[in-house]
Design a protein around this ligand. Structure first.
Ligand code: PMP
Length: 441
């Protein structure tokens, strides 16, 4: 099918971006003319192996044929009728399906268009249900960029010149074991106890919610220690609040389970979802048990486009694909990848730690000649991660760069990635690290 634009090369697209698109990232990624599976193609005809799935979105592969077909079928039926005013089949079916696939008693969903809206809606629901206003989130956390979720986002850099955000938000230490001062030696759940300390010192003590990412994404792929999430829920409940698990990035198979909370012994009170839910169509959701969800009375929350029937049809097809074996594959591929990446810790001084679950893996690059305050090699700025990612780009591979210090390489490919593609990616990563270390020697 012919594309509906007239651009014939990358430069033409990039120049329009420079001139007409607002707030564009300063290190632009590759322009994309088309995408399929794990492959992106730019306007100059170059192909790239995508290790980042957009930003961790195309979990069942770019342009997954089943998702495309479901989307097209629904487009031909009808595109819009506000889903909170006109009941429609895709919303009804998706809500029922999410009740089946989410853990525990999570049963009723509200649909919106993005992750940040899902987080904001979840906070409103927690406030309405508990009658409390205060929310605790984690340092290093990312929950979105609209003013409410920006208040929860722990990285102050995102808030520069944007304050004031919403009130009644306090931040507690993240379970970032690699650079953590909560425990002496052996990792315990002391950082969860520190959340209780923050509640005591920085809030009125009456909590609406504690919001956490079960595996932190933008903060640098941080997996909490065993028992941490369970303890956080206990702290939330002890103070009258709910546990909101923000699964916008970790959900829909990313960590080798449909939801990352399934790795732990916890049933969250509200789960937020977006990104992978509809494999790229704009959809967000938050889901809660009936007794919490019913705290919203008719009209308490609404979104014109939320629960768009086309996006919901895409989500239903995405869930079918995930349950058809893709999540199991992701778990297996993740184990292989985690072993291969783990080996980099001994072969490269600049690799401080590799960590993750499933196909959500991070590589923390360090400055081995500089010790940080905890005796761990200091986190460099984003220079090294960007240089390695640039070398990979030249080899036709797109990798994510992120983390609180900008020093984390992020492997979050479509879950359909093959072993051969992963092997190529790891070999190219080794070569890029070697070349960069040599250049800086
Ligand atoms: N929560 C988490 C955990 C995220 O990773 C993100 C996006 N990176 C968001 C919320 C915000 O999602 P969106 O960009 O769709 O608003």
């Amino acid at each position: 099918m012919a594309p509906n634009t007239t651009f014939t090369n990358n430069r033409e697209v990039e120049s329009r971006y420079d001139e007409y698109v607002m707030s564009v990232w300063k290190d632009l990624d590759v322009p994309v003319e088309r995408a399929e599976g794990c492959t992106l193609e730019d306007f100059d005809g170059n192909e790239y192996l995508d290790l980042f799935s957009g930003i961790s979105v195309a979990n069942v592969g770019h342009n997954n044929p089943a998702v495309v077909e479901a989307t097209r079928d629904q487009l031909e039926e009808f595109v819009h009728g506000c889903s909170y005013v006109h009941p429609n089949a895709p919303v009804a079916e998706l809500a029922e399906r999410i009740a089946e696939i989410t853990p525990g008693d999570l049963e009723k969903s509200f649909f919106c268009n993005s992750g940040t809206e899902a987080v904001e809606g979840a906070i409103k629901l927690a406030r309405k249900h508990t009658g409390n206003t205060e929310v605790v989130a984690l340092e290093m956390a990312f929950h979105g960029r609209t003013l409410g979720s920006l208040a929860l986002t722990g990285n102050e850099a995102y808030k520069k010149e944007m304050a004031p955000t919403i009130n009644d938000v306090a931040h507690a230490p993240a379970p970032y074991a690699y650079r953590c001062s909560s425990c002496d030696g052996e990792c315990t759940t002391a950082c969860a106890d520190r959340i209780e300390h923050v509640i005591g010192t920085h809030t009125s003590g009456d909590l609406a919610a504690i919001v956490v990412e079960p595996v932190m994404g933008e903060g640098g792929i941080v997996v909490p220690p065993e028992g941490w999430l369970e303890r956080v829920q206990e702290v939330a409940h002890d103070h009258g609040g709910l546990l909101i698990a923000d699964e916008v990035q970790s959900g829909y198979g990313r960590t080798g389970e449909l939801f990352a909370v399934e790795h732990f012994d916890v049933e969250p009170d509200i789960v937020t979802q977006a990104k992978g839910i509809a494999n790229g169509l704009p959809l967000g959701a938050f889901t809660a048990p009936r007794e919490i969800a019913d705290s919203f009375e008719s009209g308490d929350h609404l979104s014109t486009f939320g629960g768009n029937p086309v996006a919901c049809a895409a989500a239903l097809a995405t869930i079918d694909e995930l349950e058809g074996g893709i999540v199991d594959d992701a778990r297996e591929q993740g184990e292989w990848l985690s072993d291969r990446l783990g080996a980099l810790e001994s072969s490269f001084d600049v690799v401080g730690e590799t960590r993750g679950l499933g196909l959500m893996q991070g590589i923390e690059l360090v400055d081995p000649d500089e010790k940080g305050p905890l005796g761990v090699a200091a986190a460099p700025d984003d220079h090294l991660a960007k240089a390695v990612s640039k070398r990979l780009r030249e080899e036709g591979i797109v990798i994510g760069v992120g983390g609180y210090y900008g020093n984390i390489l992020r492997f979050q490919p479509p879950l359909t990635i093959t072993r051969n593609q992963l092997e190529r990616a790891v070999e190219s990563l080794e070569a890029a690290l070697e070349a960069e270390v040599e250049t800086n020697a």
